[in-house]
Design a protein around this ligand. Structure first.
Ligand code: ADP
Ligand code: MG
Length: 229
């Protein structure tokens, strides 16, 4: 049985910028299932971040419905959305959003602090995940003491700690060199094997072509083309 983690039905999104209407999406449909690894591509300003923010329930579409495991998110209150997001969705923001006054480990554990789940076991889990992204020697460093690539990996580790099934990543390899980008992608492959679904926005063609499939934003639609399959 295939089960959709999230489903978008007839989504339209426009922004008003002064008098001007920016029509980003028009009647877009998408289903994301467990174990999907999907690349989202499109030129700068085409709406990649906006699309991820809608999937993360941080931005509402003007038209259409977003179903999160069958629940219509348009009918949820803000606190229900907060809860759904905490339990089901992780997002790695384009500008990584690390908290400067907290160490790498504290940043990674932040989603669990918010839930009130901090104990030795969760701390060990944080260290294990930082080790997975090859940051075991940077656990107690502050963001200002880390390189751009290291900061990005802390953000990835933070998105993984709460064990959500859906991971959204906004240009996660944007400021990484080729080798580190490949490592990040390999980590996504590893998460895919654990049945997580990952949608990542990218300008990196090499990585986009290694996803299960590619979604390209074109004329306010999402065009699907095959990656590796
Ligand atoms: P991308 O991530 O592909 O670069 P974005 O989703 O950030 O694109 O932005 C798409 C377009 O929507 C841009 O032209 C941007 O200026 C515009 N935009 C984004 N957020 C807002 C907003 N809150 N209000 C008005 N315009 C916005
Ligand atoms: Mg963006």
């Amino acid at each position: 049985m295939t089960k959709n983690l999230i489903e978008l039905k007839n989504i339209s999104k426009t922004f008003l910028s002064g008098e001007k209407k920016i029509n980003l999406f028009n009647n877009v449909n998408l289903k994301i299932k467990k174990g999907d690894l999907i690349a989202l591509v499109g030129p700068s300003g085409s709406g990649k971040s906006t699309f991820l923010h809608m999937l993360a329930l941080l931005e509402e579409p003007n038209k259409g419905r977003i179903y999160l495991s069958k629940s219509d998110t348009g009918k949820m209150s803000e606190s229900e959305k907060d809860k759904a997001r905490r339990e089901k969705i992780s997002i790695i923001f384009q500008n990584n959003n690390l908290l400067n006054d907290f160490t790498a480990l504290e940043n990674v554990l932040m989603p669990l602090y918010i839930k009130g789940h901090i104990n030795q076991k969760t701390k060990d889990k944080g260290i294990k995940i930082l080790t997975d992204v090859k940051l075991n020697k940077r656990v107690n460093h502050f963001p200002s003491e880390l390189s751009g690539g290291e900061q990005q990996r802390v953000a990835i580790a933070r998105s993984i700690i709460s064990d959500t099934n859906l991971i959204l990543a906004d240009e996660p390899t944007g400021n990484l060199d080729r080798k580190t980008s490949k490592n990040v992608f390999n980590y996504f492959k590893y998460l895919q094997k654990k049945d997580k679904a990952i949608l990542f926005a990218t300008h990196n063609r090499e990585l986009a072509n290694m996803a299960d499939y590619k979604l390209s934003i074109f004329n306010s639609k999402l065009l699907r083309s095959n990656g590796k399959k």
